[in-house]
Design a protein around this ligand. Structure first.
Ligand SMILES: *Cc1c(COP(=O)(O)O)cnc(C)c1O
Length: 382
């Protein structure tokens, strides 16, 4: 009889540990909203928008109901619609491309850099050419700051500008990270983020925000999130959405924002430790000079042929892993009929077969990290 008992399973993301740390402050913040009853666009929403603007350096923050809505609102505010092409990476979460289709435009996929997982700006020209060949007007590009690492925003701006492309940064995973010493939120015409609970800055439900330095764009966003309202609720100047961040979620987020910088530090410590311990057995994630990551995911690359066995070995020791993302968007049933850039999407295909993500959050203690590291090394050396 085997008397060895496995230690308890490790959570992939430990939302409960953060809840314990925040303790009564969250309860008090929620109770304030329950008492004043202004559940839609209550005072906590504007307060949080002001705090978030100060945090990231953007002139305006307009919160809304989800990260997906943030992207939709931004595209709508930019006037993107039918006949327009919106360039986006194939290796990303589906929402990045979904929003282009939702506003009636056409997503055009371009490839990423295999070492950063983010858009390779040298592919922009070929994607613009593919869009034109398909009879579309190339209007915008949505770079994604995948797994928490900023995209190469200077290179993207330099390639997008001559093509006349507006830039909408999808910072759902990267919000809080820096590029050339500036936090995400100020690159391109607008930045969208998500407060889905598992994101680095998450709330206790759905939520999102758009950041912009453009006064006009911010006014349009504020109107669009309330059914395209004009001077008041019953003056409708455009077709909009019902997309607000709940007052309760804004109150929760204000408390979470206070500890966010400290959590980012903790995530970076975990990532540094993983990188040092795994660099000889896997391709560990690289952070280019001039950038910092918020480590929405800690993702390594291993041999495609061994990935399933490695995941199974870790699972048997109570260590969860995840594959972000197993199928690139240009191969998904819902997206495979959309154009692909001239230079192809080979890196996206390759990454989809090689990536595997390990547990990552701000509350991983050293002993748990060691357990994950030891098991991963053992599984990869088999
Ligand atoms: C999570 C995510 C979104 C969508 O955010 P939701 O709040 O879930 O709607 C968009 N883009 C990327 C890259 C994401 O990771």
């Amino acid at each position: 009889m085997n008397l060895r008992t496995n230690p308890p399973p490790i959570p992939f993301i430990d939302v409960a540990a953060q809840r314990r740390r925040l303790g009564p402050a969250i309860d008090a913040a929620v109770a304030r909203v329950l008492n004043h009853c202004q559940f839609i666009l209550g005072p906590e929403v504007r307060a949080f928008e002001t705090e978030l603007a100060a945090f990231c350096g953007a002139r305006h923050v307009v919160t809304c109901a989800s990260g997906t809505d943030a992207l939709v609102l931004a595209l709508r505010a930019m006037g993107i619609g039918p006949g327009d092409a919106v360039l986006c990476p194939s290796f990303t979460f589906c929402a990045t491309a979904e929003v282009a289709a939702l506003v009636g435009a056409t997503p055009v996929f371009l490839d990423v850099d295999a070492t950063t997982f983010n858009i390779d700006a040298t592919h922009i020209e070929g994607a613009v050419a593919a869009a034109k060949e398909a009879g579309l007007r190339p209007k915008a590009i949505i770079p994604v700051d995948l797994f928490g690492l900023p995209a190469d925003h200077s290179a993207i701006a330099a390639a997008a500008e001559p093509e006349g492309l507006l830039v909408l940064d999808d910072a759902a995973q990267g919000f809080g990270a820096t590029y050339n010493n500036r936090r995400l939120g100020t690159f391109g015409q607008a930045t969208a983020t998500s407060f889905f609970p598992a994101k680095p800055l998450g709330c206790y439900g759905d939520g999102g925000a758009v950041m912009t330095d453009d006064d006009g764009l911010s006014e349009t966003l504020r109107s669009l999130r309330v059914h395209g309202q004009g001077s008041d609720k019953y003056d409708n100047v455009s077709i909009g959405l019902a997309s607000r961040l709940d007052t309760i979620q804004a109150a929760v987020l204000s408390e979470k924002l206070k500890i966010f910088p400290d959590e980012i530090d903790s995530r970076n410590k975990v990532a540094r430790r993983y990188n040092e311990a795994l660099t000889d057995v896997a391709t560990v994630p690289a952070v280019p000079a001039g950038s910092t990551s918020v480590w929405a995911q800690y993702t390594i690359r291993i041999s495609a042929a061994r990935r399933a066995a490695v995941a199974a070995a870790l699972k048997s020791e109570g260590i969860p892993t995840a594959i972000y993302y197993p199928i690139p968007l240009h191969r998904q049933q819902a997206y495979k009929h959309y154009p692909v850039g001239k230079s192809g999407v080979a890196a996206s295909d390759r990454l989809a077969s090689e990536v595997i993500s390990l547990p990552m959050h701000a509350y991983l203690d050293a002993a748990t990290q060691d357990r994950i590291i030891d098991a991963t090394r053992r599984a990869l050396k088999k």
